[in-house]
Design a protein. Structure first.
Length: 310
């Protein structure tokens, strides 16, 4: 277990290093002078020189990166050019709302995905199975922003069941969480369905049925428990993906999370804030992946054994 965790942490550190390089180079990828882009075409040479010095862009590239990564490790992601507040404070103010949306979206995804997966497996090759599979295919195909706009038009504009935007309460959370959950549920549904179909064809399941055990007991106690290991892994990965993938949904529903903050930073050309958001979300994604891998090895020790043998 110890070697497995160390390997995962080391690989995570390498990925975070790559993310840090990418986020640092964002400001250098922009065609033209990024400082003039931030200040506008009417900026004086003195203003350009002052901002260059403030951002450290007048130093050699390696010196800039070393200063950037050193400050980041100390929790200093720079200062927002728009608000004048520390970037980390801006991120932490919005991050809880993104976490709340991602967790509720994941809850919806698990409920829909696992339920439909079990139903589809129980009625394998039937009309119900085909309908569940069609739902999964449709969920993958539909753009999340289109589904979000459709839900707003139907349930907020026409039926007036939910608020349209600008809130953070439970009723404001339902539509964006459902939008995220439907899209994320498709992978969980297909994995659950395929795993259940395979498990239900095993000999010990046929033996349990021959003994007269209840179908519900067979499905949930004997079959589902053996399917949960890969499903738990996918759920963890989905949480990481949802944390970083709520940008469009937050914009559609005007949810005050990191996605809305990122779009605002892009529109206002607040490059220190953009860099901070990219690095922060990258670290969160890698950290969750490492935790999922460790949890997977705890649930199924064969994962660790397979790594050692390799």
């Amino acid at each position: 277990m110890k070697h497995f965790i160390i390997n995962r942490v080391l690989s995570g550190i390498l990925v975070i290093f790559g993310i840090s390089v990418f986020s640092f180079l964002l400001i250098h990828f922009i065609p033209g002078d990024p400082v003039k882009i931030m200040l506008g075409i009417n900026a004086s040479p003195e203003q350009v020189e002052k901002l260059n010095h403030h951002l450290g862009l007048d130093k050699p590239l390696l010196v800039q990166y070393w200063q950037y990564i050193t400050n980041a490790f100390q929790g200093d992601f720079g200062t927002s050019l728009k608000t004048g507040r520390p970037v980390l404070i801006e991120i932490l103010d919005r991050f809880p709302e993104t976490v709340k949306l991602a967790i509720f979206g994941l809850f919806v995804a698990v409920v829909i995905g696992v339920s439909l997966g079990i139903v589809a497996a129980k009625f394998k090759d039937s009309f119900i199975d085909k309908m569940c599979t069609a739902f999964a295919t449709l969920g993958i195909s539909i753009p999340s922003f289109w589904l979000g706009i459709l839900l707003v038009l139907v349930f907020s504009v026409k039926l007036a069941w939910f608020p349209i935007a600008n809130g953070t309460g439970f009723r404001d959370l339902i539509l964006p969480a459902f939008t995220l959950g439907v899209v994320a549920s498709t992978m969980i549904m297909r994995l659950t369905r395929n795993g259940m179909v395979e498990v239900l064809s095993n000999d010990y399941i046929r033996t349990a049925r021959a003994k007269g055990l209840d179908d519900g007991l067979i499905l949930f106690r004997h079959a589902l428990r053996n399917v949960l290991i890969p499903v738990v892994t996918v759920i963890g990965l989905q949480l990481a993906a949802l944390l970083g993938g709520t940008v469009i949904i937050e914009q559609v529903f005007n949810w005050p999370g990191l996605g809305t903050l990122a779009i605002g930073a892009i529109m206002s050309r607040d490059f220190p804030l953009i860099q901070g958001i990219v690095l922060f979300m990258g670290v969160m994604y890698v950290t969750i992946n490492i935790l999922v891998d460790v949890l997977y090895s705890i649930i199924d020790p064969r994962v660790e054994m397979g790594t050692k043998e390799a």
